[in-house]
Every structure is written in structure tokens, then in C-alpha cells.
Design a protein around this ligand. Structure first.
Ligand code: G3P
Length: 215
């Protein structure tokens, strides 16, 4: 499973990059707003740091506007993946992007039927938002399971399942268990994945015992 980082904070991206685990980046308007910086400036910097797919989201909600934004975003760097909301006008734009060699990530997916439509439109990635489903007492991971099940049955679907709205390490574990292609992980969660108290206790004991070994 590929690891993307879900942030527009370049300090976090640089730090994650040093872990050697990073395959790509996803951003969204809320994450960019949090940085207080200009969108273009942030994107340019991310493209310099990471050599992998970098999702940049459109804010248009009609076909023509999304198409224009997709054209502009895709010209910024070869790694830009245009993130488009899962609305009917968005799906039209996804199909247009597929025909014009522009990579897309279809976002705000909350149902397996939406994911089926995104694959038929030719999306490169589908982003089911699992944390937000969990928030309203729905099983977010069940959505991922159903999407993987559907996509696996049709060879012509190349759309990768990108698990988004990840809130804790168990989301990452379950995404890997059900065979998702990608998990986009917030920096705070990425930092937790390697931790285990028994590792820390075991290491402390090894180091303490090492002090007893004659040097
Ligand atoms: O990639 C989408 C993600 O940023 C949404 O996460 O935590 O706002 O639901 P969240």
C-alpha cells in the first residue's frame, strides 16, 4: 500500500519525506487555508520536495470551470493530480481529463455507487472519506471494502482506491488489510505508526544492560 501524506504544510511534508515512506501528497482547500499561504506557492514547494502524485483540488462546481482549473493545475508540474469533487459536473470533467491525459483524484466519495461512477468516468484515484463516515455512525471501512470488491471484478477499472479522512492508526491497518492501493495519512497519524510501548521498554532494557557489558 502506498503512503501519501494528507497535508499542505511543507514542514510536515519535509519531515515525512525524511522517514523514506512517502509516495505522494494530497491537499484540499481546508488544508491549504490552514497554511495561510497562497495555493500556487504551496503547490510549487510541494512539487520540489516530493517526486510522486500530488493532489491539488479544484474549487469550481460546473464542468467548464473545473475543466479550466484542471488545465491550469495540470500544467504546474507533471506530478499534479487534479482533485475533483464527486458531483455530476465533476464526473463530466473527470471524463474530459481522462481523454486529455490529465490525472484525477475524485474526492468526497461516500458511497460505492459514487466510486463505480468515478471508475467509469476514468478517474485515476477515488477518495472514500472514511473518518467522516465514522463520525456519523457509518462504517467508513465497509465503504472501502465494497469499493475494492467492485473494482476487483472489472479488469477495465484502473482506478486506485485512496483511503482518505484517516484519523488514527487503525484506519491505516484496516486499509492495508482490505487491499486499498493508497492511504493518505495526516502527519500526526504517520508519526504514531511506528510506536509500540513494548518496543520502547525493550530498547530501554537493552541499553541499560549494555551499560553492564565490560567495554
Ligand atoms: O483527504 C481528505 C481529508 O483531508 C479529509 O480529512 O479529517 O477533514 O475528514 P478530514
Amino acid at each position: 500500500m502506498k503512503f501519501f501524506i494528507d497535508t499542505a504544510d511543507v514542514a510536515e511534508i519535509r519531515e515525512a519525506q525524511t522517514m523514506g515512506l512517502l509516495d505522494g501528497v494530497t491537499t484540499n482547500p481546508s488544508l491549504v487555508a490552514r497554511t495561510g499561504r497562497k495555493f500556487r506557492e504551496v503547490l510549487d514547494e510541494i512539487c520540489e520536495i516530493v517526486d510522486g502524485p500530488i493532489s491539488a483540488e479544484v474549487v469550481g462546481t460546473d464542468f467548464e470551470t473545473i475543466k479550466k482549473e484542471a488545465r491550469v493545475l495540470s500544467k504546474i508540474h507533471k506530478n499534479i493530480v487534479v482533485k475533483i469533487p464527486l458531483i455530476p459536473e465533476g464526473l463530466k470533467a473527470v471524463a474530459w481529463c481522462a481523454d486529455n491525459g490529465i490525472a484525477t483524484n475524485v474526492t468526497l466519495c461516500f458511497s460505492p455507487l459514487q466510486a463505480l461512477l468515478a471508475a467509469k468516468a476514468g478517474a485515476d484515484y477515488i477518495s472514500p472519506f472514511i473518518g467522516r463516515l465514522d463520525d456519523i455512525s457509518h462504517d467508513g471501512m465497509e465503504l472501502v471494502r465494497q469499493i475494492v470488491e467492485i473494482y476487483d471484478q472489472y479488469d477495465e477499472f484502473d482506478t486506485e482506491v485512496l483511503v482518505a479522512s484517516v484519523r488514527h492508526p487503525m484506519h491505516v491497518l484496516e486499509a492495508a488489510r482490505v487491499g486499498a492501493d493508497v492511504a493518505t495519512i495526516p502527519f500526526s497519524v504517520l508519526g504514531k505508526l511506528a510506536h509500540h510501548p513494548l518496543t520502547d521498554i525493550g530498547l530501554a532494557k537493552f541499553l541499560a544492560d549494555w551499560e553492564k557489558v565490560p567495554q
